[in-house]
Design a binder for this molecule. Structure first.
Ligand SMILES: [Zn+2]
Length: 393
């Protein structure tokens, strides 16, 4: 095997001296890990926090699953890789398009680049939708636990994903492995709840096993998670399509929610990001009055017009709405109240998507060399492979 650096999407990654395992713990706001540590059930994660490398970093925006998994495996933000969520509006057809497969991914993954260079690469995902997005052009084991028949709405799905990763590390001896879990537990349970602590205890055991096998381990998350219901359990939502219909006339503007996905029991398609489209072309006079009105709504963190939003949030010009809207930490955005079936939710809503869920941990089982220099700029979860391959001692 030719050992050499691999350059992909403008970054050069060193060949792994020992196996590198990058783990994306879906929906893991640091509070989940912290509370499990305090409860004494996550001794390995505790050791990472106290003696490995630990930083709170930013996720890509919107703070949702596919966007961030795509960012982590490509090392670049959505402006480059193009995956801004599960759905975007195709302006030429007026249709909301689902982008759950690799044909929408515009950047090569670090995984496929190393695979092409002759590295042994392995990928394990909890959900099958992510396997299809991430495994493109990778020659090596790529599997999802969902495809093995495990219940998708379960803690087991993620626990098995990590356990499978441990098994593959032993049996397939990959140079590079990526493991991605699901956020079923975090959508349902707050940090410190018994079910959450049980879950992190199980993850902790597998992470410790990866460490014992001698791999460099980088643990991060795709997004955080926050309570989006009031104390009575009622969802705090801005139904933005209803609002703009009321202001402008029905269907004058179109609200698309990037978090919309078929797994409705997680969040009823309610997250903290929305894209507002005003017409077939990106609007040049960027509807400043509408931006201002949306900014004035209770529960809204910020509304930003297209060009500025793409600049500020690293979003792709052609897949971003005329106005990008983030709800605040306690609030989600829906389309019309009648379009969200919340009967499938079996716990008070917890969700993500906004800037308030952008902070995630990065934990490494080695010292990371010149990270102090890099810390001058904001570290992101999509620096995980850079940290693991270029900055660890
Ligand atoms: Zn997620």
């Amino acid at each position: 095997m030719l050992v050499r650096d691999v350059t992909v999407n403008g970054r050069t990654y060193g060949w792994p001296a020992r196996p590198l395992v990058v783990v994306c713990l879906d929906g893991s706001a640091f509070e989940y890990i912290d509370r499990a540590i305090v409860a004494g059930v996550a001794p390995f994660l505790r050791s990472l926090v106290s003696s490995g490398f630990f930083r709170l970093v930013h996720s890509a925006l919107p703070s949702i699953t596919n966007t961030n998994n795509a960012s982590i495996v490509t090392g670049v933000p959505p402006a480059v890789h193009g995956i801004i969520g599960n759905f975007f509006l195709d302006r030429s057809t007026g249709e909301a398009v689902m982008m759950n497969d690799a044909s929408f991914l515009r950047a090569e993954t670090i995984l496929s680049a190393f695979s092409r260079a002759g590295a042994r690469v392995a990928i394990v995902t909890a959900k099958d939708k992510l396997r299809r997005l991430l495994c493109h052009d990778v020659d090596g084991p790529c599997l999802s636990i969902e495809a093995k028949g495990v219940e998708v709405y379960s803690a087991e799905l993620s626990e098995r994903a990590l356990a499978e990763g441990v098994g593959l590390l032993e049996s397939a001896a990959p140079n590079i492995m990526y493991v991605s879990t699901s956020d079923y537990v975090q959508h349902k349970h707050a940090p410190g709840e018994a079910a959450a602590n049980r879950f992190y205890a199980a993850l902790d055991r597998s992470l410790a096993a990866i460490d014992r096998l001698g791999a460099t381990l980088v643990v991060t998350a795709d997004h955080g998670m926050r309570a989006k219901a009031d104390t009575a359990g009622r969802v705090r939502a801005v139904f933005l399509q209803d609002v703009v219909d009321d202001w402008l006339g029905r269907d004058t503007a179109r609200v698309v929610l990037p978090i919309t996905d078929p797994y409705v029991r997680h969040h009823g398609s309610l997250g903290s990001c929305a894209m507002v489209y005003l017409g077939a072309e990106p609007v040049i006079v960027e509807a400043p009055a509408l931006v201002e009105r949306i900014n004035g709504l209770r529960g809204i963190d910020v509304a930003v017009a297209h060009a500025e939003a793409c600049r500020r949030f690293d979003l792709p010009l052609d897949r971003t709405g005329d106005i990008v809207v983030f709800a605040d930490a306690e609030t989600v955005i829906g389309t019309r109240a009648t379009e969200h079936d919340l009967s499938a939710l079996d716990a008070p809503l917890r969700s993500h998507g906004g800037r308030a869920e952008q902070q995630v941990p990065m934990l490494v089982n080695r010292r990371a060399g010149d990270i102090a220099v890099a810390a001058k700029t904001q570290l992101h979860n999509y620096d995980a492979f850079d940290v693991g391959l270029n900055r660890c001692e």
